[in-house]
Write a protein that binds this ligand. Structure first.
Ligand code: NAD
Length: 481
């Protein structure tokens, strides 16, 4: 098994990170070419794990769980390591943000303040929780002591780096964006985690991903990705060892623009909701419902803000929208745009490739849409929003909830009672009022309906990572016969 090194010279990029990045890119089995979405050219080769590699990673994780981690390391010590890793991520934030922009295409400023800083924040938050996960004593009767323990599950297969409860991890990043995960692998080692606690296995979904979800030695899979793959993972869990599954899946989230909103703010947030992360956001606000009395005024402002967004090189400091992550995604989005036109919607803005190089797509708005159109129903996962009218709140609730997804939503109104009434009626795991995309480490995030199962973040996520054991102790002697 040969070891590869990934090297990239950032000195010509405007990212603020001016050095070379070089780190082991893991085990090399069947090299897969990694593409730079800004230029559509290869960045070099990366490792992809085979089924056998997943077995090796699971064995290492099981060994660590049974010997050094799990119940063998105190919560306090596990917490210290997570917090140390958070510090190391912050110390290397410029490099990690530059790497994230390189393979994902997202604007480097957003990668830094959003993704990389959030990763550090999440590690620090759960580092704080690590010694505060505890069971209860339960009053039964004088002759019985009953209590619960919240025990770690064992090996968790996941794509988010969190092991605060004593579980060990086999983590497969996306084949399109493995770089930061591989760089963080060196930081995990530097932080002092025992070997085998976190194992990073970049690979293809139908090989490495499938091996994880079918593995008999993995107790839980935390999956973030599309709804069809989430379905496949549940099936694999059901037909292997009934492992626990939490799913963070796709969405088609509604943004509700009411006639009493602050129009300027609503237009800006609505654009942010569609274009954040070049539209490659699970919770993107891509269905925009506008009250008929303010429709024309809102649309004018919304289009003006969209037109002003800088699309281009993710390393340029003014860029908000970079390229789509891959040719596959680019083609999928362009295909949805064509379907939208064919089904009779009006393409009011954009609808074409931006420039001629790389996977850039113009910010795109469709109007004159009907509820059963493909572009209203399906997640596009690109910089494409649809705008429709409503006349009263009852009609609005029906339109907003007319989706098999239920990840997020937003309400724009200056009337708090009206906004909160709508917030209660929306079938979505998150409702933003007069904002969009504000995700906090200590607030749960997850989906209703086919947008997922379970919650990540905050105290709510902890229950996904422990088993509750009930212990009954008889204090009074023989059985009653
Ligand atoms: P995807 O479902 O194609 O891939 C996600 C991951 O699953 C990748 O690591 C992939 O290799 C793996 N995979 C693919 N086939 C598999 C299989 N058969 N078995 C096991 N693993 C497999 O999704 P994507 O295109 O990388 O990401 C976009 C999707 O992710 C969108 O639908 C988006 O909404 C969703 N997403 C959801 C959240 C959330 O928190 N709800 C966050 C980000 C993205």
């Amino acid at each position: 098994m040969a070891t590869r090194t990934f090297t990239y010279d950032f000195s010509n990029e405007a990212s603020g990170f001016r050095k070379k990045s070089s780190f082991p890119s893991g085990l090399f089995i069947n090299g897969s070419s990694l593409i730079n979405p800004t230029t559509a050219k290869s960045l070099g080769h990366i490792t992809v794990a085979s089924e056998r590699d997943i077995d090796i990673a699971v064995e290492a994780a099981q060994k660590a769980f049974n010997t050094t981690w799990g119940l063998h390391t105190s919560g306090q010590q596990r917490g210290k390591l997570l917090i140390r890793l958070a510090e190391l991520i912050e110390e290397n934030i410029d490099e990690l943000a530059a790497l994230e922009s390189l393979d994902n295409g997202k604007a480097v400023a957003i990668a830094k303040s959003g993704d990389v800083q959030s990763a550090a924040d999440v590690l620090r938050y759960y580092g704080g929780w690590a010694d505060k996960v505890q069971g209860k004593t339960i009053e039964v009767d004088e002759a019985t002591l009953a209590y619960t323990r919240h025990e770690p599950l064992g090996v968790v297969g996941q794509i988010t780096p969190c092991s605060g409860n004593g579980n060990t991890v086999v983590f497969k990043p996306s084949e399109w964006t493995p770089l930061t995960a591989l760089r963080v692998a060196s930081l995990i080692k530097e932080a002092g985690f025992p070997p085998g606690v976190v194992n990073i296995v970049p690979g293809l979904g139908n090989v490495a991903g499938s091996a994880i979800s079918n593995h008999m030695g993995i107790e839980k899979v935390a999956f973030t990705g599309s709804t069809p793959v989430g379905r496949a993972i549940m099936k694999a869990a059901a037909s292997s060892n009934l492992k626990r599954v939490t799913l963070e899946l796709g969405g088609k989230s509604p943004t509700l623009i009411l006639d009493d909103c602050n129009l300027d703010n609503a237009a800006r947030w609505a654009v942010f909701g569609v274009l954040f992360n070049h539209g490659q956001t699970c919770c993107a606000g891509t269905r925009i419902y506008v009250q008929d009395t303010i429709y024309d005024k809102f649309l004018e402002k919304f289009v003006a803000v969209m037109k002003a967004v800088k699309v281009g090189d993710p390393f340029h400091p003014d860029t908000f929208q970079g390229p789509q992550v891959s040719k596959t995604q680019f083609d999928r989005i362009m295909n949805h745009i064509e379907i939208g036109k064919k089904e009779g919607a009006t393409c009011l803005l954009g609808g074409q490739q931006h420039g001629t190089e790389g996977y850039f797509i113009q910010p795109t708005i469709f109007t004159d849409v009907k509820p059963d159109m493909t572009i209203v129903k399906e997640e596009i996962f690109g910089p494409v929003g649809v705008v429709a009218k409503f006349s009263n709140d009852e009609e609005l609730i029906a339109l907003a909830n007319d989706s098999y997804y239920g990840l997020a939503s937003a309400v724009f109104s200056e009337s708090l009672p009206r906004a909160l009434k709508l917030a209660n009626a929306l079938k979505a795991g998150t409702v933003w009022v007069n904002t969009y995309n504000t995700i906090r480490t200590n607030v749960p995030f997850g989906g209703y309906k086919q947008s997922g199962q379970g919650r990540e973040l905050g105290e709510y996520a902890l229950q996904n990572y422990t088993e509750v054991k009930a212990v009954h102790v008889n204090l009074s002697g023989p059985p009653p016969f």
